[in-house]
Design a protein around this ligand. Structure first.
Ligand code: GSH
Length: 207
């Protein structure tokens, strides 16, 4: 399997962490979705990451669809999202909050980093920040016991937190949500997270 995309993307990273945690081998295609746009569009017509190229050449796009396939491959006992009932609903709710926050922080990052200054819209940025902050506050109100198994809600939430720390430093200062700080610190020592840390934010910057 080939995982397409860089770990600066929290969506790519949550797939990478999941593959590593589950012991599923993969290689990487680290071309940039910005710098190698045409090549990326040949893999995924949307020109977005992540994609997962299976061994028979089939290409899966969108992290949710990729993670669904991975869970199916390992079976319900090892799947990172519970199969049914309240545990499934609660996990999906946390994942929705975390991915929603990634979308809104991502929109904010693109506003700040990609869009030329003359075309920025402060009210839109404020709206994105309010929506993302609301989702993070809701995640902070959830219970994250130290000894709970590593599931997809934890993986995606930590990928969100590390993404904000890297791409939008200062927006979620340490101490604002101690429970989330503890969650991220606990996961930082796990090899799957340690070995996929995002580098410097790779999107070309407009001033
Ligand atoms: N829903 C998609 C979102 C993927 C996404 O937003 N990827 C970003 C990187 S974090 C991307 O490809 N951005 C480039 C673009 O949209 O032009 C998923 O879960 O895979």
């Amino acid at each position: 399997m080939i995982l397409v995309g860089q770990y600066d993307s929290p969506y790519v990273r949550r797939v990478a962490v999941s593959l590593l945690v589950l012991g599923l081998p993969f290689t990487r295609d680290t071309r940039s979705v910005f710098g190698d746009f045409d090549a990326m569009r040949r893999i995924n017509p949307l020109g977005r990451i992540p994609s997962l190229v299976l061994d028979d050449g089939e290409v899966l796009i969108d992290s949710a669809a990729i993670l669904d396939h991975i869970d199916e491959q390992v079976g319900p006992a090892r799947a990172l999202v519970p199969r049914s009932g309240k545990p499934r609903r609660e996990t999906l709710r946390r994942i929705a909050l975390a991915t929603g926050a990634i979308d809104k922080f991502g929109a904010l990052a693109y506003e700040r980093i990609v869009r030329p200054g003359a075309f920025r819209w402060p009210e839109w940025q404020a709206r994105c920040e309010t929506q993302a902050a609301g989702a993070v506050e809701a995640l902070a109100r959830e219970s994250w016991p130290d000894d709970a198994p590593l599931d997809q809600a934890r993986i995606t939430t930590v990928c969100l937190l590390d993404y904000v720390a890297t791409a939008l430093p200062g927006l979620l200062p340490a101490g604002r949500h101690p429970a989330l700080d503890a969650l991220a610190a606990g996961c930082a020592t796990i090899p799957a997270f340690r070995d996929t840390r995002p580098g410097d934010y790779a999107v070309p910057r407009n001033t």
